[in-house]
Design a protein around this ligand. Structure first.
Ligand SMILES: Nc1ncnc2c1ncn2[C@@H]1O[C@H](COP(=O)(O)OP(=O)(O)OP(=O)(O)O)[C@@H](O)[C@H]1O
Ligand SMILES: [Mg+2]
Length: 332
């Protein structure tokens, strides 16, 4: 067991200090944990900290992004399958739950699990037993479950997309990672830490850079919808684009007011309106993809849109090249 700081969870605002204290406390109790918080707030880092501060630290930490797995594969990935369980199952496979034995299984985007997979997971949480897909033998394994989601699970329970009993099971130990905009001066502290790391990584290749005095203060003017991840990428971009030694305040607040669409008055009302809407849609989709590093599930969620509707817009405006490589757009 080490210190939380070893897991690079930086920040010393009172809001974040409270989270770190909770992490240390939660780590001691061997129960399921549910980590909430907006995209990029550090849910996965938090899960790792819980694991490495727990008595399971010397056993595996297995992360699974449920949202990235095809629905038909989730159960066999998690619980394993027997030979012949489905067309491609030429051999049996033990599954990730078995791989995590003695350690921690981290289920990211748990809200994307099908109701069937949720039922199997609930059973596993209740008595530690499960069955491989296509198998009849009841198996047992000793795994701590940490789940994360940036969706409103209560709301998904209301709309019957998420099982209430599973939510209650997971909510025994809730942990919420606060958004960066509510973490006071952490934004400056993190920016400085990211810059220090870049200076170290590029030592000898470029001049050592520092922030212009206005730079750190200006970071507070922006609301960071992509949170720490967005800040990290922003500092990296500014660093790589900066020729000199001083990173000038490029006022992220300016980024908040994305240039509005140029209205065309020459084509008549109907066409002008259609063109303006199209430009707005394209800009909006592009910005959401930009803020989520091309993660279409997160981008759709940030936009408050259904994934498939969002995906259609991505195709309509030919923005697929901005989407993460491994994501399958055709399926939605
Ligand atoms: N407190 C922190 N200190 C340092 N780095 C952090 C902190 N929180 C997050 N990060 C960094 O920000 C990035 C995003 O963190 P992480 O993947 O844990 O977020 P997340 O909440 O799981 O995001 P998502 O919902 O998009 O999956 C990572 O590169 C991580 O290292
Ligand atoms: Mg994550």
């Amino acid at each position: 067991m080490g210190d939380v700081m070893e897991f690079s969870l930086l920040g010393s605002s009172p809001q974040f200090a409270h989270v770190l204290a909770q992490i240390r406390r939660i780590a001691k109790f061997d129960v399921a944990v549910l980590i909430g918080g907006e995209t990029g707030t550090g849910k996965e880092l938090g899960a790792r900290a819980v694991h490495y501060l727990s008595a399971r630290a010397n056993r595996p930490f297995i992360p699974v992004n449920c949202g990235a797995l095809a629905e038909s594969l989730v159960e066999s990935e998690l619980f394993g399958h027997e030979r012949g369980a489905f067309t491609d199952a030429r051999q049996s496979a033990p599954g990730l739950i078995s791989e995590a034995d003695g350690g921690t299984l981290f289920l990211d985007e748990v809200d994307t699990l099908s109701l069937k997979a949720q039922a199997a997971l609930l059973r596993f949480l209740q008595d530690g037993t499960y069955r491989r897909v296509g198998g009849t033998q009841t198996r047992h394994t000793n795994v701590r479950l940490i789940a994360a989601s940036n969706a409103n699970l209560e709301q998904l329970v209301e709309t019957r997309h998420f099982r209430r009993d599973l939510l209650y099971r997971l909510m025994v130990m809730p942990l919420v990672m606060p958004p960066l905009r509510e973490r006071g001066n952490d934004v400056a502290e993190l920016a400085q830490a990211f810059l220090d790391r870049l200076n170290l990584n590029y030592r000898g290749q470029t001049a050592v850079k520092h922030f212009h005095p206005d730079f750190l203060a200006s970071l507070r003017c922006y609301n960071w919808p992509g949170n720490v991840r967005e800040l990290e990428h922003f500092i990296q971009r500014e660093y790589l684009l900066c020729d000199g030694e001083v990173l000038k305040a490029s006022m992220p607040s300016d980024r908040q007011t994305e240039a509005g669409p140029e209205v065309c008055y020459e084509t008549g009302f109907k066409q002008g309106k259609a063109k303006t809407i199209a430009e707005f849609e394209k800009n909006f989709v592009r910005t959401m993809l930009d803020r989520t590093q091309g993660n279409i599930t997160h981008a759709a969620r940030m936009a408050g849109q259904d994934r498939s509707a969002f995906s259609k817009l991505v195709h309509k405006y030919r923005l697929a090249n901005q989407v993460e490589q491994e994501q399958d757009l055709s399926g939605s």
